[in-house]
Ligand binder design. Structure first.
Ligand SMILES: [Zn+2]
Ligand SMILES: [Zn+2]
Ligand SMILES: [Zn+2]
Length: 362
C-alpha cells in the first residue's frame, strides 16, 4: 500500500504537467488558464493582442502558484507531518515553502510592471513597438493585427501551446508565455527540418511535421521557428507573399498518399524478397517508364488456400513507387487507419494482395 504522500505527489506532478502543457484531454475538459479566466481575458477574436497580453501574464502568474498548491495539498494529504507548523518542518520543506512564496511574488511583480501604462511594458507590446512606424505607437500595430486576425481567410494551425497564425501582413506564433510577431514583408522563410510519424497500428494517420524558420531583416525581431503539418503547407504558401527556401532539401509530403508512400516503402523493404529466375529480365515499369520494374506479388501472408489474398502470376511489371501509388489509390481516403490491413487487386490480373505480399525483386 502506497502512502498518501506518494500518491498525492504523483497525482500533483501529473496534474501540473498536464496543466502547463495542456494535452488535448485537458482542453476538452476545459482545464486551461484560458477557460478558467475566460471572462477576464475577453475575446481573442475581438482583440487578439490584448487577449494574449492578458493570457500570457495570467498564465505566468498561475503557473508560478503550482508549488504553493503542492505544499497546501501536502498539508492535507499528510496531516501527521504537521507541515503547517512550518518552523518545525524539515530544512527541505522550509526551502520549498520559501521558493513557493517567492516565485508568485516575483511573477506578480513582473505582471504588475507589465500592466503599467496600459500594458505598454508587456513583452508583446515591446515586440509590436519594433514594428511601429516612427510616428505611430505599438497600439497602431496591435489594431492592425486585431483587424487581420478577425478575417476568416487567415491561416491558423498548431496545438494550443504553439499556435501559428498567418494573416495578410503578419506571421504570428503564440506559445504559452510568449507571442512572436514578424511582418511578412520583412521575412525570409526557410524549411529547416521535418519529422515523419509513419502510419502504424498505433497512430492511425501518417503525419509529417515541418519546421520553418522565420527570420526578419528587422534586427530587433529575433528569428523563430514555426511547425506545421505537411498537408497544411500548400495553404500556408498561399497566404505567404515571400517564397519559402528549402535549405535542408526536405521532401514535403503534401497529401496523404505522398505520406503513405514512405510507410509503404519501408514496410515492403522488410518483406521477403523475390529471386528473379535467371532466364528472366526486368522490363521498364509500365506505370512510369522511368525505372525498371522491381516488384513481384507473391502470396506470403497466409497458406495458399487460406485468407482473401490470391496468388498473382504476373511477371514483375511495376516499380515500388508505382505499386505504392496504386495501393494508396485503391484505399478508402477517409479511413487511413485501414490502409495497412486491406487487400487490393493486382493492377494487371486483379488477384487480391496485401502489403505483406509485395516483394522486391532481387
Ligand atoms: Zn513505376
Ligand atoms: Zn497479377
Ligand atoms: Zn496477402
Amino acid at each position: 500500500m502506497e502512502s498518501p504522500e506518494v500518491t498525492f505527489t504523483l497525482a500533483y506532478v501529473v496534474f501540473s504537467v498536464c496543466f502547463v502543457f495542456t494535452p488535448n484531454e485537458f482542453h476538452s475538459a476545459g482545464i486551461t488558464v484560458q477557460n478558467l479566466l475566460s471572462g477576464w481575458l475577453g475575446s481573442e477574436d475581438l482583440a487578439f493582442v490584448h487577449y494574449h497580453i492578458r493570457r500570457s501574464s495570467a498564465t505566468l502568474l498561475i503557473h508560478s502558484l503550482l508549488p504553493m498548491g503542492y505544499f497546501i495539498g501536502m498539508c492535507f494529504a499528510a496531516p501527521e507531518k504537521e507541515l503547517y507548523y512550518i518552523h518545525k518542518a524539515t530544512e527541505g520543506w522550509k526551502v520549498f515553502v520559501l521558493v513557493a512564496v517567492i516565485l508568485p511574488l516575483v511573477t506578480s511583480t513582473v505582471a504588475f510592471y507589465w500592466s503599467q501604462k496600459r500594458w505598454s511594458n508587456h513583452p508583446l507590446a515591446r515586440t509590436l513597438a519594433h514594428h511601429a512606424l516612427p510616428q505611430s505607437r505599438w497600439r497602431a500595430v496591435a489594431s492592425s493585427i486585431n483587424t487581420e486576425f478577425r478575417r476568416i481567410d487567415k491561416f491558423a494551425t498548431g496545438v494550443p501551446g504553439a499556435r501559428v497564425i498567418v494573416t495578410d501582413t503578419w506571421v504570428i506564433k503564440a506559445t504559452t508565455y510568449k507571442v512572436y510577431v514578424a511582418q511578412q514583408q520583412d521575412i525570409h522563410l526557410t524549411v529547416t527540418d521535418s519529422r515523419q510519424h509513419e502510419l502504424s497500428p498505433e497512430s492511425n494517420t501518417p503525419v509529417q511535421f515541418i519546421t520553418i524558420q522565420v527570420a526578419s531583416i528587422n534586427p530587433k525581431v529575433k528569428p523563430f521557428d514555426i511547425r506545421l503539418n505537411s498537408t497544411e503547407y500548400g495553404e500556408l504558401r498561399e497566404k505567404l507573399h515571400a517564397p519559402v527556401r528549402n535549405a535542408a532539401n526536405v521532401v514535403i509530403h503534401q497529401t496523404l498518399s505522398d505520406l503513405f508512400l514512405e510507410t509503404f516503402r519501408s514496410l515492403v523493404e522488410t518483406n521477403r524478397v523475390y529471386d528473379l529466375p535467371s532466364n528472366q529480365e526486368l522490363e521498364p515499369c509500365i506505370g512510369c517508364m522511368q525505372t525498371s520494374a522491381s516488384i513481384k506479388l507473391v502470396k506470403n501472408c497466409q497458406e495458399a488456400e487460406e485468407g482473401e489474398c490470391q496468388q498473382c502470376y504476373c511477371r514483375p511489371m511495376w516499380c515500388l513507387t508505382c505499386m505504392g501509388k496504386w495501393f494508396a489509390s485503391r484505399q478508402d481516403q477517409q479511413h487511413p487507419e485501414t490502409w495497412l490491413s486491406s487487400q487490393v487487386p493486382c493492377p494487371t490480373c486483379r488477384a487480391r494482395f496485401c502489403i505483406v505480399d509485395v516483394c522486391i525483386v532481387w
